[in-house]
Design a protein around this ligand. Structure first.
Ligand code: 1CP
Length: 365
């Protein structure tokens, strides 16, 4: 069994992110950015130039290099493995291409309930996603204990939406029509995705991931009733099953859930076995604290577009955000991923502001 082989990773030097995730005291607020490895970095564009996106994902050396790039520039307190959420549908037998300028595209998306037959009935996650596990193990060594390495997955509903829409969408009417026309088949698909995701996350931990984030990026296109029916049960099931399995080997790995735009789901999400609830920028920090009632740590949630502001303004925005969240049980981040036209200097200003203001606020207490 792969998971029993000791990997002798370098000792972790900065555990601030893990402490905040577990609800332990920290000297400063830890910070990282969603899509911190990305096209806003010239070295990322240079490295990726002319290479197919999913070929890059399948190269452990390339994933390692792209994960490390932002850490060479910024004083981040965590890193996230370079990969994509759509490697899971690929592992289940679907074809996905990254079309430059258009984003991920499924040439042959699921159209009818019968199309479920096209998916593999038994997915050998260890074999199909071995390249991700190799990337995690390699990166965990090469990071030299500087900061923890986060593994991640897309959540069932978000993956189902890509598998049926075939790409991003404005209305998501194709996948939403499944929920209303074929609720039972929809649940079958969500269940199958959940089973693969649980194995996938456990494999990532065995490979060396020190925290896990579950991206339910398309939660907000559902109303509260559909969220409770088609998102929440699977998000809970994932955390419960992963946590239970890890407990058997005496491990505890913090889990983060990011259900974008699901403001109505905060209270439920805070009681769903996750350690951290990640917030988009439409949610007021104080309100989020009230609704989650101290049961979880919070992560987020600066509007990514605030990075277009001058540095002094970024610092003010960060200060206000920290006053809203407080400095404990908190991980600073953006409310969603960075955009390619953002200035790396602004990211540096964001990170510095989080560290500086939170240290000052902690001293005053
Ligand atoms: C850098 C990058 C990624 N994916 C894509 C890009 C840009 C394309 C490129 O570099 O060529 C295409 C890429 N992949 C995806 C999209 C979104 C397409 C759309 O629906 O509009 C694009 C452009 C799908 C995707 N992929 C991901 C999500 C969930 C997070 C979110 O909500 O943004 C989603 C929805 C996760 C993801 N994707 C990636 C990471 C790791 C790097 C990091 O965060 O530093 C992660 C965590 C990497």
């Amino acid at each position: 069994n792969e998971s029993n082989i000791p990997k002798d990773f370098p000792q972790l030097k900065n555990d601030t992110f893990l402490r905040a995730a577990r609800g332990e005291q920290t000297q400063h607020v830890p910070v990282w950015c969603m899509r911190q490895a990305g096209r806003y970095l010239p070295e990322f564009r240079e490295f990726r130039a002319g290479k197919d996106f999913f070929d890059t994902c399948r190269s452990p050396e390339a994933c390692c290099e792209l994960t490390l790039q932002p850490l060479r520039r910024f004083d981040f307190d965590a890193s996230i493995i370079f990969s994509d959420i759509l490697v899971v549908p690929q592992a289940m037998g679907m074809e996905v291409q990254m079309v430059p300028g258009k984003g991920p595209t499924f040439p042959d998306p699921l159209k009818d309930p019968e199309d479920l037959q096209r998916l593999k009935t038994k997915v050998d996650v260890q074999k199909e996603l071995d390249y991700v596990f190799k990337a995690i193990t390699l990166t965990r060594h090469k990071i030299e204990g500087k900061v923890p390495l986060i593994g991640f997955t897309g959540a069932p509903w978000t993956l189902m939406s890509y598998m049926i829409e075939g790409s991003g969408s404005k209305t998501f009417s194709k996948v939403k029509s499944w929920l209303y026309r074929y609720p039972e088949v929809s649940h079958m698909l969500l269940k199958r995705l959940t089973d693969v995701i649980v194995d996938y996350l456990l494999g990532q931990v065995a490979a060396g991931a020190q925290a896990l984030q579950v991206f339910e990026s398309h939660a907000g296109i559902l109303g509260p009733v559909e969220f409770k029916a088609f998102c929440l049960p699977y998000l809970r099931d994932i955390a419960r099953r992963v946590k239970d399995q890890l407990k058997e080997t005496g491990q505890d790995v913090p889990m983060i859930v990011f259900a974008k735009d699901a403001h109505y789901g905060l209270e439920d999400l805070s009681q769903s076995y996750y350690d951290v609830v990640s917030l988009d920028w439409t949610i007021d920090p104080r309100l989020a604290r009230e609704q989650t009632g101290g049961k979880v740590s919070l992560q987020g949630n600066m509007d990514p577009c605030a990075l277009y502001a001058p540095k002094e303004r970024i610092s003010e925005i960060v200060k206000t955000m920290l006053e809203g969240f407080g400095t404990q049980r908190y991980i600073a981040n953006l409310g969603h991923g960075m955009y390619p036209d953002m200035d790396p200097e602004s990211v540096a200003a964001f990170v510095e502001a989080v560290h500086k203001h939170s240290r000052q606020m902690n001293k005053q207490q």
